[in-house]
Design a protein. Sequence first.
Length: 502
Amino acid sequence: MRLFPRNAGRARARLIEVGAALVAAALIAGCGANYRPVITPITPTGPAPQPTSYAVVVSAPSPSTGVATIIDYAGDSVMAQAPIGPGPSAFTIDQGGFTGYTLNSDGTLTNFPISASLQQKQITFSTLPSTAQIVNLMAPSAGLWATDLSNNSVDIFQSSPATFKLSVPVQLTPITIAGSPKLSGQRQYAISQGFSDPTGMACNVTPTAEPTGFATPIEIETNATDVPIPVGKCPVYAVESSDLKRLFVLNRGDDTITVINSQNNTLDACTPFTDQNGRTVTCHPTLPLSLAAVTATGITPPNGTAGMPATAGPVYAEYNAATDQLVVADYDGGTVSVIDVGLDIYGDDSATFGTTYTIPVGKNPASVTALFDGSRAYTANQGDGTVSVVNLVSHTPEKTLTVVGHPRTVVSTQNSKYGKVYVGSPDSPYLTILQTTSDLVDTTILIEGNVVDVRTTTNNGNSGSNATYTSRVPGYGQPCNLPGVPAPTGTQTLLQACRAIP
């Protein structure tokens, strides 16, 4: 009896042959120039990357202590906190957003790296000249400049930590410095009020009664001064356009802005002339911000005086490069002035230069910030504890938000359409953060001690550069005697109380 069919052996051999053929075919198909499908990965799309930016807050838990807090943009998280010098009164960061500086009540200058890993051991101190009475700081990409009241000079520091190099004599009562963010620029300008004011309160109390001030050019290459340029009454702040062709000085005493042509280092004044295209060019040495200033100067903005307050009191401004506009906080008028200050291809004032839009905001706007794309501005209204949102395209107010305390500082950072606004009050330990996609309060962060000042390491998240590298100290015309600021105690002057100086 057969256990297997007669042809079983042949069948098995046939199966082996077929299997071998299939294997060979598979090997051949995977070699040579035969077509093989290529899989291309698809990168998922999503929102634009968030800015690499920090908000840096300096606060004063007591008159004898100071703290620096580093807050990350993306998560609104406190990344680092470290004690700095006692009683910080002025604070700024350099143009690159790498180093912070504070002026302290013990006559020292704090230097600290802006980093998520900031530690106390990284903080260094500089000794100021023994006779110095520093008011404000300006930190370009290298070095440090400071206004010195007791010597009527600008003190220049170099290296790291900042080391005193020399003093440059300027006009009486230098209160701020403006100019080039890089030492490759031509010059910086020391803004002086032009009269002696030991109390620091004359331009707060009687600004219209004071004499006119000066802008003293200091050549960066030689540290030599040029002829001082006259400005208005009680100048309190100044800002230069990003192309370094115009400097704008805010005069609280007469509600004007003095325009200096930085190219030729003179007032922006000229006899009207015809340019290469046949256009009549008019220069603008003075820009009026109020009805009183229009009457006094005889100058009417190209678009008239609609909405102008009786008095303005400009105290702070930002230059917006996206729109070639100057955005000004009018503290006494409760308004924001948006001024066209663009130039033509020849570097002359454009046809719309001086066009002014006046927008009502809250009470006593102490500062203003404009988003990098030029879409909106935000004001810190110290008088009523609010923030106003202003549309810079339609030149209208959009929204009013209530914040904690009486805000004095507002700064912003933005990348694409995403941005945040940071608001600090001298009478509150809370930092308010606004989300610009909805213009609502995103969160509040408890800081150790009341806020002295706030800065962001970048205004434009794509460039990594900081445009506000000049500090601001209350007094000398800057907002001081307001709700929320403690009244003087003991032997304190009002100016000392505003600066939290013991």
